[in-house]
Design a protein around this ligand. Structure first.
Ligand code: SAH
Ligand code: SF4
Length: 340
């Protein structure tokens, strides 16, 4: 059975049309679900009882459950139990411009990046669209506040769950859905090149972030298994094509790992590779995890790396650190529910 929170407006329109109903019913349903946030279909008063009964047979209205919330000053981490008793996490951050959420896309992750906690559990399954949408809905309910931006950077490789992620983006961006501005949605990928081309064709207008993390294949092979399949030159070619096609600036993420990718030679080599591209580099201070072989670079090393890139005309920022006290920072989320 389809879950109502996993249906795009277009899919609902088709549902109503094939059931001899008017297409605009889809719009009414979206208003109930996402604007009035009504959970009980019996309260959808502008739909006839007969139609509501039919919809109950055709759609599930169920959602995951929030089972734990951890709070830090500017961050909260939510643990969700899915209906099949798998677990995922989402994190929200309070900024001066609003609230952002980092959503998970899979239970576990198969990409096997050596420094990342989220990949410790191999992928169990993709999240269904409704399970990704629910992360926003349930957290907005909990906060009684609106979320204004979304990053798909939690557990999982979003482009390895392609169809569901595209539907998720369409639902949350829909003006009658959660109406999250398309420029306020960012997808981060470890670099599944064919899917980057697919994404380019969708012409969605979202922000794309690429987890590059190394200036050459030798280093990237050591830390990211995906590089053995799509190397840096293939990846950067796809990014160049993506930029040319979409006219959008792409973010290059670079996690600073002490003694591995953080010296001046690395910065120079990175600048060389990215020269002339419409990108900016986001340096991510590493959040230490149980992968004890990786340590965070010193603050001074990070600022020198940043300075070198700037001198070589690369746009660069250093990511503000959030949530490491409650293990809510990038790469610290997991699918295993711990210590409950
Ligand atoms: N799977 C996608 C999105 C989720 S990971 C991807 O890899 O892009 C989000 C970002 O956090 C990625 O750039 C990832 O490399 C980075 N990351 C993973 N572990 C980290 C850690 N321990 N500290 C800081 N960043 C980390
Ligand atoms: Fe998966 Fe991203 Fe972690 Fe790599 S960094 S293991 S792709 S979640």
């Amino acid at each position: 059975m389809n879950n109502i929170y996993g249906s795009t407006r277009e899919e609902l329109e088709n549902y109503f049309l094939t059931n001899d109903e008017k297409k605009f019913k889809a719009l009414q349903v979206f208003e109930w679900l996402y604007q009035k946030k009504e959970k009980n279909i019996d309260h959808f008063t502008n739909l006839k009882k007969e139609l509501r009964e039919k919809m109950k047979l055709n759609f599930s209205f169920s959602m995951p459950k929030i089972i734990r919330i951890e709070k830090d000053t500017l961050t909260r981490k939510y643990l969700f139990e899915l209906e099949d008793k798998n677990y995922i996490e989402s994190v929200i951050m309070f900024h001066d411009y609003g609230i952002s959420i980092c959503v998970s896309s899979q239970v576990g992750c198969n990409m096997g990046c050596r420094f990342c906690e989220s990949g410790r559990l191999k992928k169990v399954r993709n999240l269904e669209t409704y399970e990704i949408v629910s992360q926003l809905l349930l957290i907005e309910d909990d906060l009684k506040m609106r979320i204004s931006s979304v990053v798909i950077m939690g557990i999982g490789e979003p482009l390895d769950n392609y169809e569901n992620i595209i539907k998720f983006i369409k639902i949350i961006n829909d003006a009658k859905g959660l109406a999250i501005g398309i420029r306020h949605i960012t997808l981060s990928t470890s670099g599944l090149v064919p899917k980057i081309y697919d994404l380019m064709q969708e012409e969605l207008g979202i922000n794309l972030a690429i987890s590059l993390h190394a200036p050459n294949d030798e280093i990237r092979n050591q830390i990211m298994k995906v590089n053995e399949v799509y190397n840096i030159s293939q990846l950067l070619d796809s990014v160049r094509d993506y930029i040319a096609h979409t006219n959008r600036r792409v973010t290059i993420e670079y996690v600073m790992l002490k003694g591995i990718n953080d010296n001046k030679t690395c910065a120079i080599e990175l600048a060389e590779k990215l020269k002339g591209m419409n990108i900016y580099v986001n340096l991510i201070p590493y959040n230490e995890t149980n992968h004890l072989e990786f340590k965070k670079s010193d603050v001074k090393t990070i600022s020198e790396f940043c300075k070198t890139l700037k001198e070589l005309s690369i746009n660069v920022t250093i990511r503000k650190e959030f949530g490491s006290k409650i293990s809510a920072a990038c790469g610290q989320l997991r699918s295993k529910e711990v210590g409950l």
